[in-house]
Design a protein around this ligand. Structure first.
Ligand SMILES: C[S@@+](CC[C@H](N)C(=O)[O-])C[C@H]1O[C@@H](n2cnc3c(N)ncnc32)[C@H](O)[C@@H]1O
Length: 367
């Protein structure tokens, strides 16, 4: 039996798996708590085991935020990082690290992901460990434990945020769909696993994700992933339509399949002419006659019919094509973040950045 500071392990390329339960910030100062037992155990065990030769358990080496040792959150994070680096060296290249972590907010996940990736790991999965996590989907701060699985990664690959974001969207959706179809899990549990799958996508590109002229940090990406997961749990007509745009040889079967488990029904898409079936299946893209007629009727209608963001963007895209003014509509309509976000997604999936340009956005990479 070896007892000691994890950071003193000198093995290289030796372990198949490291399974651990590290401390969490200032949650419990284990060394102080341990002394209560240690002083008694020392009396009977010091002859038999090394590690009982001190009068008290190690304080300085204990990885925890402890004001008595002048250690705060920063020290905790850097010491945990040192431990991950040691473990990474000790693991074989195809080895695995599994550890528990306390789930709290996106900030601390950002720290953890940054630290793991900097130590040469990729996160491959995250699993919830306790039951009452229903709050996660309501966006409140939550508190539960997570099992994090990570593996050594050799080299990460360059990616634009634009393409990574699409991968993350897809991964979140796919993970969610698979889990909903095959397992009886709560939405919150699914959210945690979606998060792990998205972390995995990011880990492959850590330190090399470009947004405009900047490299994104893991923290920034985690923030975005949070948003994407919250959104993914509310999949609507617009999301299904974008997935349809992204499907080759699209047919009614795809509409049916992609609507499953979402808030969108095939009839919703049909009524709004996002697809038409008479005379063969066709998608309601901006240049589709029936779709555009439907939108124009609503734009010109007296009834003050509600226009969806997709209606607005396809209408603007159409006017742009016809050389008609778009600015007056852009000014009249409330161009909020949701509209911009959707424009970015449409531009991504179709490769047509007119959707973002009509809104007057020059830099579309940040959406
Ligand atoms: C969450 S507790 C693990 C509890 C354990 N799973 C159990 O059921 O008893 C974290 C443990 O990490 C230990 N620890 C703190 N700093 C350490 C270090 N530098 N090296 C090794 N272990 C450390 C603490 O003493 C504590 O026992």
């Amino acid at each position: 039996m070896e007892i000691g500071d994890v950071r003193n392990i000198e093995s290289e390329d030796e372990y198949d798996a490291v399974i651990t339960d590290p401390p969490y910030y200032d949650n419990i100062i284990y060394s102080e708590v341990s002394d209560f037992f240690y002083v008694w155990l020392k009396i009977i065990l010091s002859e038999r085991y090394e590690g009982f030769n001190q009068n008290a358990t190690p304080r300085k080496e204990s990885i925890v935020a402890n004001p008595a040792e002048n250690k705060g959150a920063e020290e905790f994070e850097s010491e945990l990082h040192e431990s991950f680096t040691t473990i990474q060296n000790a693991l074989k290249t195809d080895g695995v690290l599994a550890f528990t972590y306390h789930h709290s907010d996106s900030e601390s996940w950002g720290e953890l992901l940054e630290s793991l990736c900097d130590s040469g790991f990729e996160v491959t999965a995250t699993y919830p460990l306790t039951a009452d996590i229903s709050k996660f989907i309501e966006g409140e701060a939550v508190s539960f434990d997570i099992l994090v699985v990570a593996r050594p990664v050799r080299e990460t690959e360059v990616a634009s945020w634009k393409s990574l974001r699409r991968d993350i969207y897809r991964t979140a959706r796919r993970t969610r769909k698979q889990l909903e179809e095959n397992r009886d899990l709560s939405r919150g549990d699914i959210g945690v696993m979606e998060m792990g799958a998205c972390f995995h996508e990011y880990s492959k590109h850590h330190g090399k994700v470009r947004r405009g002229d900047n490299i994104m940090s893991a923290k920034e990406v985690v923030q975005e992933i949070y948003g994407i997961i919250q959104e993914a749990s509310d999949i609507g007509v617009e999301d299904v339509f974008i997935d349809l745009l992204d499907t080759s040889n699209v047919s009614y079967d795809d509409v049916n399949k992609l609507c499953r488990g979402t808030n969108a029904a095939p009839e919703d898409l049909k009524e709004t002419h996002l697809y038409n079936q008479d005379g063969g299946f066709e998608l309601g893209t901006w240049d589709n006659e029936k779709r555009q007629a439907y939108i124009q009727e609503r734009v010109n209608g007296e009834s003050g019919d509600h226009l969806s963001n997709l209606d607005k963007l396809q209408f603007l895209r159409y006017r742009y094509e016809k050389g008609q003014a778009v600015q007056n509509y852009v000014e009249k309509w409330d161009v909020d973040d949701d509209l911009r976000e959707l424009a970015g997604r449409l531009a991504d999936v179709t490769g047509d950045d007119t959707y973002t340009r009509v809104l007057g956005d020059r830099d579309i990479t940040s959406y």
